[in-house]
Design a protein around this ligand. Structure first.
Ligand code: ADP
Ligand code: GN1
Ligand code: MG
Length: 367
């Protein structure tokens, strides 16, 4: 973490009006360092989100910011055409005093500022069916808004992000290297992943064979990446646009299920509390298919349940890899947290495997 003078220098680089009153660490993201800034201006209080982009995760921050600038400009145009509110329905970048959307600090760290979306909340767990349903409609709709986006102009911000076979390869390397001598303590988890290796190919092979279309997707659709309006309960804004890239609809569907339809937290230690809630699964399925507005092909619809299993499996692999590599990718707040996160994911995979037929029937009901 930076000293307050260094942080002030970063804040001063941005074109923000008024007097800084408060700067607090904010949110529960696993990747970026996020702060909420409060400014006093003649017109009243103005709040902003300041983020230091993770240097471990994002190797090409300038390209990343180019994606975000272009995608938010595109979304704004669509929102305006639909009569929406561009200040609240998408992220709004604040430029630096030099007129660019990022600032580089003296150690080479990349920073950005967004206007804070007021009167809305990001949830870490589903508190009622309707919020989850609304988030599903919004993530589906997000895909639809980007359906004609020129995909070839998007940079791949994290190469092979949802290439699960490649995640498997990296995992095996981490087990081999065992740099922190942690492999001996996680033999059961390693065995589970190896026994399920076939899963990693389910969607990827279909993509290679041309059976599934590549779309512009969000790729990180967990519940705390969407803002729910406090007054109306509607999902107003999809945030965390760092991984908007060409991808599969089943990934976006699946990541929301893995996080939101779980009966426990992602890092729950009591695995008896973890399962896939089929009622929440149904709520989300209905909303997502509606939000996609008939755009999904028959094969894409059929593969949605597999997206849920696969994204859960992939996150399990990624959490365990990070645990073996010394927790340098996902932020942790206690020892062993990435291992706990891995365990919930693997428990969910087993549970979803048992429920696969019901998960397919639910998709059939809404397709
Ligand atoms: P990470 O990649 O680390 O998950 P996010 O971009 O998702 O970072 O931001 C972390 C958290 O900060 C979000 O979950 C949300 O609570 C909050 N947040 C981000 N952007 C905004 C915004 N424009 N307005 C209000 N809250 C925001
Ligand atoms: C990260 O950034 P955040 O916290 O919304 C990660 C996702 C994982 C998720 C697991 C860029 O999401 O891929 O599924 O943690 N984002 C990145 O909770 O790696
Ligand atoms: Mg996030």
């Amino acid at each position: 973490m930076k000293s307050s003078t260094e942080l002030t220098k970063v804040i001063n680089a941005f074109n923000l009006e008024g007097e800084l009153q408060k700067c607090i660490v904010f949110g529960n993201g696993h990747i970026n360092d996020t702060f909420r800034l409060t400014f006093k201006t003649e017109q009243g209080t103005r709040r902003y989100i300041l983020q230091k982009m993770s240097a471990v995760v994002f190797k090409k921050p300038v390209e990343l910011m180019e994606n975000i600038s272009n995608v938010t400009a595109w979304l704004k145009k669509k929102i305006r055409e639909n009569g929406g509110d561009t200040e609240r329905e998408t992220l709004n970048l604040v430029m630096t005093r030099e007129g660019i959307p990022y600032h580089v600090d003296k150690e080479g760290g990349y920073w950005r500022v967004y206007k804070f979306i007021e009167g809305a909340t990001c949830y870490d767990a589903v508190k009622n069916d309707d919020d989850f349903y609304q988030s599903a409609v919004a993530f589906g709709h997000f895909q639809r808004l980007l359906a004609d986006y020129p995909a070839e102009t998007l940079h791949e911000t994290i190469p092979n992000f949802h290439n699960t076979p490649d995640r498997m390869r990296i995992f095996r390397e981490a087990v081999q290297r065992d740099a922190y001598s942690r492999a001996a303590g996680v033999q059961e988890e390693i065995r589970f992943i190896e026994e399920h290796e076939k899963l990693s190919h389910v969607l990827y092979d279909m993509l290679e064979e041309g059976k599934l279309p590549l779309r512009v997707t969000h790729n990180d659709t967990k519940l705390n990446n969407i803002m729910i309006d406090d007054a109306t309960g509607k999902a107003i804004c999809v945030i965390d646009l760092d991984t908007v890239m060409p991808g599969l609809s089943a990934h976006d569907f699946g990541d929301s299920i893995r996080f939101g339809a779980s009966t426990g937290a992602e890092d729950e230690r009591d695995l008896s509390k973890i399962s896939c809630d089929l009622h929440l699964y149904e709520v989300y399925t209905k909303g997502f298919i509606e939000g996609c507005g008939g755009a999904l092909t028959e094969t894409e619809l059929d593969m949605l349940p597999w997206g849920a299993v696969l994204m859960t499996f992939e996150n399990g692999i990624r959490f365990l890899t990070d645990y073996l590599e010394g927790d340098h990718y996902f932020k942790i707040h206690r020892d062993g947290q990435n291992l706990d996160r891995c365990r919930t994911q693997l428990k969910l995979v087993s549970d979803m495997e048992e429920k696969m037929q019901q998960m397919q029937q639910i998709v059939n009901k809404y397709k």
